[in-house]
Ligand binder design. Sequence first.
Ligand code: HAM
Length: 418
Amino acid sequence: MAITAVKGFNDILPDESGRWQYIEQTARRVFELNGFGEIRVPVMEKTELFCRSIGDATDIVEKEMYTFTDKGENSVTLRPEGTAGVMRAFIEHKLYAQDPIAKLYYLGPMFRYERPQKGRYRQFHQIGAEITGVNEPLADAQVLNMLTTFFREIGLTEPTLQINSLGCPECRPGYRAALRSFLEERMEHLCEDCKRRFVTNPLRTLDCKVPGCIEATSGAPSVLEHLCSACDDHFSSVRRYLDLSSTPYSINFRMVRGLDYYTRTTFEMVTGLLGSQSAVAAGGRYDGLISQLGGPSIPGIGFAMGLERVALLLGSQKFVSLPDLFIATMGGAERDVAFRLMDGLLKSGVRVELDYEGKSLKSQMRRADKLKARYSVVIGGNEVTSGRASFKRMADGIQTDSALTVADIRSLVGKSDL
Ligand code: HAM
């Protein structure tokens, strides 16, 4: 029996990879315009890094990590997200010594042992960005504007931005206590997981998808009413900057994140188009993370988007690059001419396909159709002698006579501006 891929791990076939490249290129362009530089970190880290950053009582650390012991008896984990590794590198290489304000972006595979379904996989890909060293709400607003710009540039009107604030170590304990006393009276309606969360991480009960829990927590107190005055001011300023830059958003005070490192501003870009996988991108501020990982006390904020989810939203739009020209030939000697011409055209940036197998003219033209070439040309004895040929625009069949030179053909197929 043939060997298949591991469940939840996907191949990206050529038909699809054009769309991925389009997403990646758009992200790189928008992020670099905002002053972000790429950082590449390993896909595997010491397990302790994720326990310390994401948090022991999170679903990711409790149930979803690909953790194993390597041959040297070390516990290692395939990264379930990018922020922890990027901050580990930021500390390890003392990037803060050059400049505490670092703007970093990354892309690559992440691994979570979740139940696979549409938009949720065990190997998935994130494009993420992080800013360190800025406490000011201006940084929050720039990150949110950059994310919004990315989705606009890529041509999507979904998803939409939701924001919240989770407070800080000063005010969150007060909110946690208020939430616990609210939940205490509704314990019998909570699922088993939420009964456990009540003890370990009560905020997560607001995120539970079980209908009984949604109903039981519907009147839960809002975190926004328990912010200390510094966190409240910070959140107001973020909103003011978003208003100043006309960035649309809504407030979702029930938004809690699945990672423990967040403080203050958190956000998600959500869509109703992907079933239960509503978050296309998400992130927030993590002012305590760098010091928690053994670095100096430097704040940070960032996000990551799920590439698969962005690709799904882009739908069935095709992003494969189609051949500019298909060259059909009548026989042996003409194939030499066609080959030389193709070589020159490829070197000058025109995408050319050629008949490789000496098939009949009819089957060559069928192939030109199948490849969706924009133009086709048939090179026979007359064309070789005269050095000219008739080029057919495939969309409407219009024929144009042109010399068989690289310069003339480039201009004919519309590549003169390259
Ligand atoms: P996260 O919310 O866990 O945050 O993941 C970010 C995004 O990754 C999600 O919104 C979703 O689009 C995508 N994603 C997550 N899990 C899967 C999956 N199993 N299959 C497909 N896509 C998935 C983080 O990872 C944080 N590190 C974000 C961040 C950066 N916060 C601050 N900086």
